[in-house]
Design a protein around this ligand. Structure first.
Ligand SMILES: [Zn+2]
Length: 511
């Protein structure tokens, strides 16, 4: 006697189809799971047997073998409990053989209750792709999987209910989505930032061209406050992107309970003491780290100079590639990590270098070494260095009514500029100016004569490296795109030059 039940396993943030084959044969009573199961699955017997008995069913007194097919791929997760238990119970059933179109997921308690699982959305997505028309899921996971829309979800809360799904498919009751009140947006808007118009402009340019940006300013000047508003000016997530992010948060076990769908671009702000593993993810059953939780959103690195160099090194390649590679059980797992980097730092050790009220106590050598430390991390990714001034009370009083641009107005400009870039880079791997490589810069960032002269002068005067020079060209490209100009003129080049503040400061403190 052999039964087969459809389910799936997780690999990173994706699912792949698995069939649970259960066989019973005469011999000494026993239970064996084969097919590269992880420890959670191997422990399943200790949950499944009591769950079956406590639900009033019989557990076979023969030798039970469960094979998770395909046998060569590693499987992980407690959601195999339910398909394995049903495979065993089906051995004694007359009906319930027509299961080709149904997939099952759920973790069992000893009393037969079905607990929520991790990664429900990617698992359900995989089941649907592999042809399942009905998906049996723990009740608590249905709202999350319902974001898929066109799939029949059958919620179950205990084993007996799941068995009834098998015996009487016509009595199944599909899941009906909750009516949610519109989620209140977080309310963060750039119109709430008073003064700091130059920094807002810099963040607009960074968002438009997907340039990494470093905000340099003393304590309390509003760096974190402004960084937190960057997601509000990025284009809204598409449905596919929402699915992708919800899947990542589902695998991380971090979906909000009430409304388990990620609809907004994430903003993640890991503390500088975070380990490399916390950033890139990992563990025996790999979970996404901060880089993946910030996917398609903003990774904010406050106090950039304080991050351990091991952590910075671990992030470098993933930030460059847009994904993280982890090796588990001879398999490569990928976690996505396309992030916009916004970093912040003090201008010097004491923080008061540009403060009008308090004087800086650092020596010229200290300042210079502090600034040098900031140019190291992500030097390839961080194109813009911006000075964030301490906004004085006088400045605030002078223009109490001037509120500047709202996030929505800024977002419109970002979207328009990104459209131009998308069109220009059609068919290329790069989609935004911030991602242009050397060849791309030479080809797409052509400067008008005057602009070229200006940048070349700066190159000599500030002692820029060739790399910094190329960054200037990319930033100027984005500024021109914001103005819908094809050519990069002297105005755009001059504005771009403002965003190499470290080189300028270093010029005055020696290198
Ligand atoms: Zn200082």
């Amino acid at each position: 006697m052999l039964t087969k039940i459809k389910t799936a396993s997780l690999r990173g943030v994706d699912g792949y189809p698995v069939t649970v084959e259960t066989d019973v044969h005469r011999g000494l009573p026993g239970f064996q799971i084969v097919g590269l199961a992880d420890t959670t699955i191997k422990e399943a017997f200790s949950r499944i047997r009591p769950a079956i008995l406590n639900s009033g069913y019989q557990f076979p007194r023969e030798k039970v073998t469960v094979n998770l097919s395909p046998a060569g791929k590693p499987k992980e997760g407690s959601h195999f409990d339910l398909p394995i238990a049903l495979g065993i119970l089906m051995l004694g059933m007359e009906n319930g053989m027509q299961l080709q179109d149904t997939a099952f997921f759920g973790e069992l308690s000893l009393d037969g209750k079905i607990n929520p699982i991790r990664g429900a959305l990617p698992l359900a997505l995989c089941a649907r792709k592999s042809g399942a028309k009905h998906i049996v899921l723990p009740l608590a996971n249905c709202e999350e999987a319902a974001v898929l829309g066109d799939v029949d979800l059958i919620p179950v809360s205990d084993l007996m209910q799941a068995v009834r799904c098998l015996e009487n498919p016509q009595e199944r009751s599909p899941y009906i989505r909750k009516k949610l009140a519109d989620r209140k947006p977080d309310g963060l808007d750039f119109s709430q930032v008073i003064g700091q118009e130059a920094v807002k402009r810099a963040l607009l340019i960074a968002a438009a061209g997907n340039h990494g940006i470093l905000l340099i300013g003393g304590p309390g000047c509003g760096k974190t406050m402004m960084a937190g508003r960057v997601p509000s000016i990025l284009p809204q997530l598409t449905y596919e992107e929402q699915l992708e992010l919800t899947g990542i948060y589902s695998v991380a076990g971090m979906l909000p309970e009430e409304d388990p769908v990620i609809r907004e671009r994430p903003f993640r702000s890991p503390h500088h003491s975070i380990s490399a593993a916390g950033l890139i993810g990992g563990g025996q059953k790999p979970r996404p780290g901060e880089l993946s939780l910030a996917h398609r959103g903003v990774l904010f690195l406050d106090e950039l100079g304080e991050f351990e160099s091991r952590a910075i090194d671990a992030m470098r390649q993933p930030v460059e590639d847009g994904f993280i590679r982890l090796n588990r059980n001879m398999e490569e797992i990928r976690f996505p990590s396309q992030v916009m980097i916004v970093a912040a730092a003090n201008p010097c050790k004491c923080g008061h270098l540009w403060d009008e009220k308090q004087s800086c106590t650092c020596s010229a050598a200290q300042i210079s070494s502090h600034l040098r430390k900031l140019t190291g991390p992500f030097s390839d990714r961080i194109d813009m260095h911006v000075r964030v001034p301490q906004v004085s009370e006088r400045e605030l009083l002078q223009r109490p009514l001037q509120r500047g641009l709202t996030s929505e107005q800024m977002r419109k400009q970002v979207i328009a500029a990104r459209r131009i870039q998308e069109k220009r880079y059609q068919g290329l791997s790069c989609r935004e100016n911030g991602r242009l490589d050397e060849t791309g810069i030479a080809r797409y960032c052509t400067l008008e004569k005057e602009a070229e002269v200006l940048l070349q002068q700066a190159y000599g005067k500030l002692g820029l490296t060739m790399r910094a020079y190329r960054k200037l060209c990319k930033i100027a490209r984005t500024i021109a795109d914001l103005k819908e100009k094809e050519e990069i003129g002297v105005e755009e080049a001059a504005e771009a030059l403002q965003f190499r503040v470290i080189e300028k400061e270093q010029g005055s403190y020696g290198r």
